[in-house]
Design a protein around this ligand. Structure first.
Ligand code: ATP
Ligand code: MG
Length: 279
C-alpha cells in the first residue's frame, strides 16, 4: 500500500490518487458532501502517512480528518496543471503549448506553455449546470442517468440552427451551427418534449458554450490544442462528441484524457512525492 496519497476535494467530487506497490496509479472517487467516506477510506489504509491536498473543499476535509496525517497543501490550479502534464505524457501526447479546459462543477480555462501556465478564463457553465438544469427540466438528477439518456436524445426539435433561420437563402455562417440553444421552443406551439431530447440539448448547451469560450482563448493565445478535462466528461461520449465537433469545426484539435477527472488529485500526489524527496 502507498504511503502517500493525493486528494483533490472539489465542489462536487473528491478524487483520490496513489501509486500501489506495483507502481500502478490507483484512483478513487467520493461525493464531496460525504467527507466521512474519505476518513473511513484512510482508516482502512492506516499506512498512508502523508497527504497532498488541493481543491476548494480543503478546509472542510481538514476538519473531518483533524490532524490524522501530515498534510501538504497545493493551490488547485498548480495541482491541476501538474497532473495534466503527467497524464498527457502517460497517455502518449506530446504537446508543448495548449489550452486546458477543466469542466468541473464550474469551468476554468488555462493556458499551458512549456513549464509555465496561467488561468485565462472561466465560466459558471459546467458540470453543476448540466446536473442542475437536467434536474429542473426533466427531474433526472443522477449524472450517470443524465449522460446515458442524453446519448439517445435528439436536439433538432429544440435547438434552432442557422439553417432554420436562413430559409432558402445564402447563409453567412455554416448552416449546421446552433443559432440559438433551445431557441426552437419559443417559436413553436409544442410544449411536450421527450426527456432524452431535453437532456441531449442541455449537454449541447453546456458543451457549446464551454467550447466557444475555449476556442476564443485558443485563438488569442495561438494554441492549436485544447485539452478538455474534468469529471463532467467521465464516460460522457455524447458531451465529448458535442465538444470535439465544435472544436474541430473551428480548426482546433481537441484532446480528451482517459482519467479526465483526476488531474488535480494526481498533481497533489506528485507534489507531495517531490516534497517528501526534497526534505
Ligand atoms: P470544482 O473543480 O468546480 O470545484 P469538482 O472538482 O467537484 O468541482 P469535477 O469532479 O471535475 O468537479 O466534476 C464534477 C461534475 O462531474 C459534476 O457536476 C457532474 O456533472 C459530473 N459527475 C461525474 N461523475 C459524477 C458522480 N459520480 N456524481 C456526481 N457528478 C458526477
Ligand atoms: Mg475540480
Amino acid at each position: 500500500m502507498a504511503k502517500v496519497i493525493g486528494i483533490d476535494t472539489g465542489g462536487t467530487l473528491t478524487k483520490l490518487a496513489y501509486f500501489n506497490k506495483a507502481g500502478e496509479l490507483k484512483l478513487e472517487l467520493f461525493p464531496s458532501n460525504e467527507m466521512e467516506l474519505v476518513k473511513e477510506w484512510l482508516q482502512q489504509h492506516p499506512d498512508v502517512d502523508e497527504i497532498g491536498l488541493t481543491g476548494g473543499r480543503t478546509e472542510q476535509l481538514r476538519d473531518v480528518l483533524k490532524t490524522m496525517k501530515s498534510i501538504q497543501y497545493i493551490v488547485e490550479f498548480e495541482a491541476t496543471l501538474k497532473g495534466v502534464r503527467y497524464l498527457l505524457e502517460r497517455e502518449g501526447h506530446q504537446i508543448e503549448s495548449s489550452i486546458i479546459t477543466n469542466i468541473g462543477t464550474g469551468t476554468s480555462i488555462h493556458y499551458m506553455d512549456g513549464n509555465s501556465h496561467s488561468r485565462v478564463s472561466g465560466t459558471g457553465m459546467g458540470g453543476g449546470t448540466l446536473v442542475g438544469l437536467s434536474t429542473l427540466l426533466t427531474g433526472v438528477r443522477d449524472f450517470n442517468e443524465i449522460k446515458t439518456l442524453a446519448a439517445t436524445g435528439n436536439r433538432s426539435d429544440i435547438d434552432l440552427l442557422v439553417q432554420d433561420i436562413y430559409l432558402g437563402m445564402d447563409m453567412p455562417l455554416d448552416g449546421k451551427l446552433t443559432a440559438s440553444n433551445f431557441g426552437k421552443v419559443g417559436i413553436t406551439e409544442e410544449i411536450n418534449y421527450n426527456k432524452n431530447d431535453v437532456l441531449a440539448t442541455v449537454q449541447g448547451l453546456v458543451g457549446e458554450v464551454i467550447t466557444t469560450l475555449s476556442i476564443q482563448v485558443a485563438e488569442e493565445r495561438k494554441a492549436d490544442y485544447i485539452v478538455y478535462i474534468g469529471s463532467t466528461l467521465t464516460s460522457n461520449e455524447h458531451l465529448k462528441k458535442v465538444i470535439s465537433h465544435y472544436t474541430i469545426l473551428k480548426k482546433h484539435t481537441p484532446i480528451f484524457l482517459k482519467d479526465c477527472g483526476f488531474s488535480g488529485a494526481v498533481g497533489a500526489l506528485l507534489n507531495i512525492i517531490e516534497y517528501s524527496h526534497s526534505h
